[in-house]
Design a binder for this molecule. Structure first.
Ligand code: GCU
Length: 680
């Protein structure tokens, strides 16, 4: 594959700088890199591939450490061990690594070491990244380890290869040809994941098909697990809660029924007979029509623990989703997950982790952080992010999501005092007994460039980096990604990084400014649809969320309204509840305000809203101009692809702007402020 995006951020293009090239060669011409296991072989293969591309060498492999660079687990580094104190080895745990430049008999060499082969694999990718991003290898003292344990991609892939909310072609799992045919794409997928520390893959849709649990599919799943294993990736499956009925022929799926318990135990044992390191189950229960324990008068804890018991002897885990809502519950949909899960804190088994979306509605361009973060101090909780851009213009719009992810992760819950951010809760800072993790709903498909939009790859990349280290910055991640994926030229990086970092706010502006949400077209979720009503259930309609009328607009979630705000800590309640402190970005998420409401800017709410819609669309035009100016730094194929997609994005942004402004104007009954073109 050439410059069509297939190689993602692992392109390994020749290093331009002669001095860096010389330096890299001096460190890596000869190395001691023992590689007995499949995992170490994978690491060495990657190093060879990378060095061949970057600096055109194939390192000579020495049979022992003799004054050269060393890449080996800590039990193989002999006297070099003195450079790595036990306390450091303890700190990096199973997955971490150390990279150090050391002086050996007057010569500088590199030491890459870890406690496990997996650590060596991750360390090798890190070393390659340093070279891909043009960093010197002199004076290195890197100590890296992941802050979360379970770092998984959730594929919403169906057995027929359609992908729920997938915008990059069909499912990459070619079930028909498995298990006999291992597509090289599976290996490249595993490499890309390992390069950012992703260590798990949930293969199928949360709206799960029972087919995946049949022996015919288990052999195929085993083949994928075998292909991924060298890269440290475990496979998991989404399971349907009433599988004992649909697949097992039982009369019930009641989690307390002995036959049901037995059925899951036998099925789980069977899975492990194929895949000894199977990761576990992901479950969507009692949500959007899916069956679950509540169907039998039982709780989420009853259901999750029953599956947890079946998995525990094999060290598997249950990821139980908190994305639950039901139109039978006649309350603000944003409140339901907290209401159902908060009373169950402390009742979940040790191998159960609750998977919570960033916000309480559904992957909107902007939401307030989910009130369950920090509210379950005795329960393992992981964050679910959506890489596939269901509500962010699919794979047509350039939206770098790291700022969105960070906004949630940096939010202060105040549940354990000041600075008890979502990120720190995810890292398990307040309760070291818990399992920790992050899940990203994958944006991957059969498109040549994997994600549909060349820049959508950045969301996959950023997810992995943030799952490894929730404190990493969106800007630093964008910088690395741009260098590896496009070019290291400063004249390219600076303007394009700025555009990436701004891109999510642009999209919020032309779609859902000032805290608006869920006003996109019904069911498809692509274009604007603020007028959407009559969808069979209120909480699927836009009018339910924006509540616009001639008096005003916005969802009152304070005490005078649904009081969803009451689910947060007192500090957060005070902050969002008070109009003097509530940021403009969250205004209509929490408050219903008159069109004449005076904003901080001095504009009325109506004028401010119009301003955001226009600014959003204008910023896409600016992004197009930036991209056009960068033509000399980008290969023709990807340049033209992005250019064409941006043209579509601009048209869509105008459509969003015009539709929303004209629609809301029917309520505000105010003129379009001077200085803005009339929408058509
Ligand atoms: C969204 C999405 C559904 C998906 C659901 C989920 O509502 O539109 O397609 O099934 O999220 O996360 O379960």
């Amino acid at each position: 594959h050439g410059e069509n995006g297939y190689n993602l951020w692992l392109r390994y293009k020749p290093v331009n700088s002669t001095s860096l090239k010389t330096e890299y060669r001096s460190y890596l011409n000869q190395i001691y890199f023992p590689s007995e296991s499949d995992r170490l072989k994978a690491a060495l293969d990657e190093l060879n591939l990378g060095l061949n591309g970057l600096i055109g060498i194939k390192p000579q492999l020495l049979v022992r450490a003799q004054g050269s660079s060393v890449i080996a687990t800590s039990n193989k580094i002999g006297a070099l061990k003195k450079w790595v104190p036990d306390s450091v080895l303890k700190k990096i745990g199973n997955d971490g690594f150390v990279i150090k430049t050391i002086n050996q008999a007057g010569r500088n060499v590199l030491l890459v070491t870890a406690n496990s082969d997996l650590g060596i694999l991750y360390g090798t990718f890190y070393l390659l990244k340093l070279m891909q991003t043009g960093k010197t290898l002199s004076g290195l003292d890197v100590v890296e380890y992941p802050r979360t344990m379970v770092r998984v991609l959730d594929h919403w892939d169906n057995p027929n290869r359609t992908v729920e909310r997938g915008y990059a072609g069909f499912s990459i799992w070619n079930w028909h040809k498995l298990p006999g045919y291992i597509d090289s794409r599976y290996i490249d997928y595993a490499r890309a994941n390992a390069s950012v520390g992703i260590n798990g893959s949930v293969l199928n849709n949360v709206n799960a098909s029972i087919q995946m649990l049949t022996p015919a599919y288990l052999v195929k799943i085993k083949a994928l697990a075998d292909a991924f294993r060298p890269y440290g990736i475990r496979v998991y499956l989404s399971v349907k809660f009433d599988s004992p009925i649909e697949l097992g022929g039982l009369k019930t799926a009641d989690p307390l029924d002995p036959e049901v318990i037995k059925w899951w135990k036998i099925k789980t044992d069977e899975i492990y007979s194929y895949i000894p390191d199977f990761g576990g189950f992901l479950v969507k229960a009692n949500s959007e029509g899916q069956p679950g324990p509540q169907t039998y008068g039982r709780s989420h804890a009853d259901g999750a623990n029953m599956l947890g018991n079946a998995l525990a002897p094999h060290h598997g885990i249950v990821m139980w989703r908190a994305f639950v809502y039901d139109d039978k519950v006649p309350d603000d949909r944003a409140k339901q997950a907290y209401n159902e899960f908060k009373p169950l804190d402390g009742q979940f088994n040790a191998n159960v982790i609750i998977q919570v979306k960033s916000g309480p509605i559904d992957f909107q361009p902007r939401e307030a952080f989910h009130p369950l973060f920090g509210a379950l101090p005795n329960t393992s909780v992981m964050l679910e992010l959506q890489l596939t851009q269901e509500y962010l213009g699919f794979s047509t719009h350039l939206v770098y999501e790291a700022p969105l992810f960070k906004e949630c992760m940096d939010a202060d819950t105040y549940r354990q005092g000041k600075n008890s951010t979502v990120a720190r809760i995810l890292e398990g800072v307040y309760n070291p007994k818990l399992i920790t993790g992050m899940a990203g709903v994958a944006n991957i498909g059969t498109d040549v460039n994997w994600c549909g939009h060349p820049f959508a790859q950045a969301n996959w990349y950023a997810f992995g980096r943030l799952a490894w280290n929730p404190q990493a910055s969106a800007a630093a991640i964008a910088d690395d990604w741009l260098r590896m994926t496009f070019s290291s030229e400063k004249v390219f990086i600076d303007p394009m990084k700025r555009e990436m970092l701004q891109s999510r706010e642009n999209t919020v502006n032309y779609m859902t400014p000032l805290g608006l949400h869920h006003i996109m077209g019904a069911s498809g979720h692509y274009g604007p649809g603020p007028w959407t009503d009559n969808m069979g259930r209120a909480d699927w309609t836009a009018v339910y969320y924006h509540k616009a009328d001639t008096a005003g607009i916005g969802f009152d979630r304070t005490k005078s309204g649904s009081n969803a705000l009451g689910q947060y800590s007192p500090e957060v309640q005070a902050y969002f509840g008070n109009l003097n402190t509530c940021p403009d970005e969250y205004l209509l998420w929490f408050h219903h305000l008159s069109w004449q409401y005076k904003m901080r800017s001095g504009k009325t709410l109506w004028e401010e809203m119009v301003h955001h819609y226009y600014a959003g669309a204008d910023s896409v035009k600016k992004m197009q101009q930036t991209w056009n100016s960068l033509r000399p730094y980008v290969d023709q194929e990807r340049f033209s692809e992005v250019q064409q997609l941006m043209a579509v994005q601009y048209e869509e942004a105008i459509r969003w702007r015009n539709s929303c402004v004209l629609y809301f104007q029917t309520f505000s009954r105010q003129p379009i402020p001077v200085g803005y073109d009339r929408p058509e």
